[in-house]
Design a protein around this ligand. Structure first.
Ligand code: B1M
Length: 219
């Protein structure tokens, strides 16, 4: 429908141009017009990937990249309450971006979509050390530790958490899910992660499977 496409295209433009206030207003407008929040999230992800391409093509500098991210965050916060609590509790997840990495747009979208699917998500933010993931997961009796990384230099941090879990005798007890643009299934297998997810929708499916596996084994 033209109306839906029109408002989503205006929202995408606000993200590409790095205008958080406009992005917030356009998201509110999309809700008022009855656009499905999940469709809006997909449009936001697409717009952010265009920002990434412009940066790679050297059309954008860090500032534009940062403002694009701010616009996505502003739009996401408007959508969050409309998605939250659609389902019952599906499991408990500790989520964060690993140490040395401050990228959080993708992680925040993953959080929103997990919450929308009934997961209780404890977001530890960015630059999270492996021991903090472990401590919080124990303290809150989490089903899953979810780690995000966008930098090739921060990916190795994920393995540290997985090793720390094993050393604490918690491998197979608290399960791990990893994601982020530079990752792959092969990398996840190599570091011994329990699941890898390419995007937010896959993160939900993977988390559901992990919780089933954990509860199925009597944990
Ligand atoms: Co930076 N950055 N950045 N950046 N940045 C990248 C990642 C980069 C690829 C750009 C490039 O050079 N082409 C590059 C990394 C190269 C590499 O290591 N391979 C890069 C770099 C180098 C840097 C700096 C080092 C730049 C500098 O300072 N010289 C610096 C790093 C600082 C640090 O972290 N220590 C830096 C800084 C920044 C900004 C602050 C300006 C900003 C981040 C703002 C923020 O996040 N609040 C920024 C941005 C915006 C990007 C790009 C353009 C976009 C990332 C993004 O938001 N994508 C990115 C280029 C690109 O990706 N093309 C780039 C949109 C988001 C929806 O996708 O995050 O992939 P994504 O998340 C997806 C999936 O990956 C998955 O689901 C999400 C939703 O679909 N997913 C998970 C993510 N986490 C998951 C977890 C899961 C499951 C799925 O389970 C737990």
């Amino acid at each position: 429908m033209g109306d839906e496409q029109g408002i989503l295209s205006e929202l995408s433009q606000a993200i590409i141009k790095g205008q958080p206030e406009v992005a917030r207003a356009k998201t509110q407008e999309s809700l008022a017009r009855g656009v499905d929040p999940f469709v809006t999230i997909q449009a936001m992800q697409k717009a952010m990937s265009i920002v990434g391409v412009y940066y790679e093509q050297k059309l954008y500098y860090l500032t534009e990249m940062y403002m694009g991210a701010q616009a996505v965050q502003a739009a996401g916060e408007v959508l969050r309450p409309y998605l939250k609590g659609r389902a019952g509790e599906a499991g408990r997840i500790i989520l964060g971006t690993v140490r040395n990495d401050i990228h959080d747009v993708g992680k925040n979208l993953v959080r929103i979509v997990l919450e929308a699917n009934g997961f209780e998500v404890h977001d530890l933010g960015v630059n999270v050390p492996s021991q903090t993931f472990l401590q919080k997961a124990r303290e809150l009796d989490a089903d899953i530790i979810g780690m995000s990384s966008l930098l090739t230099i921060s990916m190795s941090e994920m393995e540290k958490t997985i090793k720390a879990l094993a050393e604490a005798g918690l491998a197979g007890e608290i399960l791990t899910m990893v994601g982020g643009a530079p990752l792959s299934q092969a990398f996840a297998d190599k570091i011994g992660a329990d699941a890898y997810a390419r995007d937010a929708a896959e993160a939900v499916r993977a988390a559901q499977a992990l919780v089933q596996r954990r509860r199925g084994t009597g944990a």
